[in-house]
Design a protein around this ligand. Structure first.
Ligand SMILES: [Zn+2]
Length: 285
């Protein structure tokens, strides 16, 4: 099996190809692998952006794609989603997009066409772009909270987002990031007192986001190759800086497509520390 060529990083929502593999996926579902697809699957190890919605046409029939996951093989059988034991990109494995459908499966060799729900995709792309902007604005707003040297983010600020994130979910025109502030982050030099004034923190983050959105910088995904496992980087022009973040998701082509991006925070005590939830909301023009 060859790795799936993916076209969604360039923004594609339709693609044509050939059915190259079909396998049972449990629950009456069938996984259909194409040589090329515009369909964004959910990643297993870091499931931030959910799968696209849309249809697959093959063998003269139209199937609703009920889910899309990453499939992987080390030469043996194709493993799907949670059954894949390695991170996407692991040496020695081939990674594919598995389109999950219900009903009688198309035959290997059939011509196939993929149609992604473009409105849903656009909303997820806005949510994902906003998520990256908010994480950078948050890092900058918390830069003074660090008492020790730590790795820097894409703009040179201490990388609170990367060091504290425990979960990130991209939603239509929104995102939800969960940060864990416990013993390990405090040991790295983070002072949780920086979170005492959450409305003040939100105001600082939102002011930065408004400035970036107003500047309307270009966004693109830099790709090292067409395969699912090839490295991809989100590249965004911001006033006086270019931000680069490794990212497997989909994005807007420009911040000018956004009207507003804003965040809200909530703190919850958890065992051994606190959890900060950042909810980011985007509106499009
Ligand atoms: Zn991303």
């Amino acid at each position: 099996m060859n790795p799936t060529s993916i076209t969604y990083p360039s923004g594609a929502v339709t693609s044509t190809g050939t059915v190259v593999h079909v396998t049972e996926a449990g629950d009456g579902r069938t996984a259909v692998v194409l040589d090329a697809t515009a369909f964004h699957p959910v990643d297993t190890a870091w499931p931030d952006q959910p799968a696209d919605r849309g249809t697959l046409r093959a063998g003269g029939r139209v199937f609703e794609v009920v889910d899309a996951v990453v499939g992987a093989s080390d030469g043996g059988e194709l493993l799907l989603g949670p059954d894949v034991p390695v991170r996407t990109g692991t040496e020695g494995w081939t990674f594919v997009v598995a389109h999950l459908i219900e009903g009688e499966a198309p035959l290997v060799g059939a011509d196939a066409a993929v149609d992604v729900d473009a409105d849903h995709r656009a909303a997820l792309s806005a949510g994902h772009t906003a998520c990256h902007l908010a994480s950078l604005a948050l890092d900058t707003a918390l830069a003074d909270a660090w008492r020790k040297e730590v790795p820097a983010d894409a703009l040179g600020a201490p990388a609170f987002d990367a060091l504290a994130i425990s979960e990130s979910r991209i939603l239509p025109d929104a995102s939800r990031d969960v940060y864990r502030i416990g013993k390990s982050l405090r040991r790295k030099g983070f002072d949780p007192a920086a979170l005492d004034d959450l409305p003040g923190l939100a105001a600082r983050v939102n002011a930065r986001l408004a400035e970036w959105v107003a500047a309307g910088g270009a966004v693109h995904i830099e790709v090292e190759g067409p395969a699912l496992a090839d490295r991809r980087t989100w590249v965004c022009e911001l006033p006086g800086a270019q931000a680069r973040i490794p990212c497997g998701g989909t994005h807007l082509a420009s911040l000018a497509e956004l009207e507003t991006v804003s965040v809200a925070f909530a703190l919850t005590p958890v065992e051994g520390g606190i959890e900060l939830v950042m909810t980011t909301t985007a509106t499009r023009r």
